[in-house]
Design a protein around this ligand. Structure first.
Ligand SMILES: [Zn+2]
Ligand SMILES: [Zn+2]
Length: 255
């Protein structure tokens, strides 16, 4: 059994067949799906889905792309949502210097505010970091005592992974680990300690190689776990067992 620790099933790309997508995930052995949010409406939708489906959980937060929208009213609404028993993290939050859709100063400020929110409501954080390794770590360092986090869809080399883990962070692997050219990522997947990582799809994005070009979905997280088993020279059930128990502990999801 697996947990897809980062999906976006609240997006309208699933409006026509969401039920089927969730059923296919269960058939593929995905026992829980955590829908990560990126703004206030998606946070509200993720919570609603978690209410409708027993195996779905939610995170609430504002993505760096929309950091400029995080005003006090939004922050208060997120705080209220975070009290919901099926909200298991604040996220996705962080820095994206690749697309720079919000000014970097706004990204940093939104990241800081939501890290403080996570500490306040006692939830871990899902971190989105793209081409912002140094600033992401620097900001996290200021909150390392209060907040536990995961670098979702990890990108970077072994040295950066070591820096993250030394700070107490987890790393999470998605579809790119299956792409032929992802040599560096596979080195990281071979290197990271067993108790520090889990798996995700980030669907509808980042579809694993076997369905590349198509819309991604939680059942495909199996392809990510199988690739990691191959990279680490172990079995798929072993990867499933470890990543699921890591994710359960991190998000506080009981068996
Ligand atoms: Zn992300
Ligand atoms: Zn995402």
């Amino acid at each position: 059994m697996l947990i897809d620790t980062h999906a976006h099933l609240q997006m309208d790309r699933y409006d026509n067949d969401r039920e089927d997508v969730i059923a296919r995930a269960a058939e593929a052995g995905v026992e829980c799906i955590i829908n990560a949010s990126f703004d206030l409406p998606s946070s509200q939708q993720a919570v609603k889905l978690a209410e409708d489906y027993e195996k779905l959980y939610a995170t609430v937060g504002v993505h760096p792309h929309d950091a400029k929208l995080l005003d006090n009213e939004t922050l208060n609404a997120l705080r209220d949502l975070a009290e919901h028993p099926k909200v298991v993290a604040i996220g996705e939050i962080g820095l994206d210097y690749y697309r720079d859709l919000s000014p970097r100063s706004a990204q940093k400020s939104a990241f800081e505010k939501q890290l403080r929110l996570a500490a306040e409501v006692d939830l871990p954080v899902i971190i989105h970091n793209r081409d912002a390794h140094e600033d992401t770590l620097e900001i996290l360092r200021g909150h390392a005592d209060q907040v536990c986090g995961v670098m979702h869809c990890f990108s970077g080399d072994i040295a950066f992974a070591d820096d993250c883990i030394q700070m107490g962070l987890y790393v999470s692997f998605a579809g790119p680990v299956t792409y032929p050219k992802s040599y560096q990522l596979r080195d990281v997947a071979a290197h990271v300690a067993w108790d520090r990582f889990f798996v995700e799809t980030d669907c509808p994005y980042l579809t694993p190689q076997f369905k590349r070009g198509k819309r991604n979905e939680p059942s495909y997280v199996k392809a990510v776990a199988k690739k990691i088993a191959e990279i680490r020279g172990t079995t798929f059930p072993e990867v499933a067992r470890k990543t699921t128990s890591n994710a359960r502990a991190f998000f506080g999801i009981a068996d």
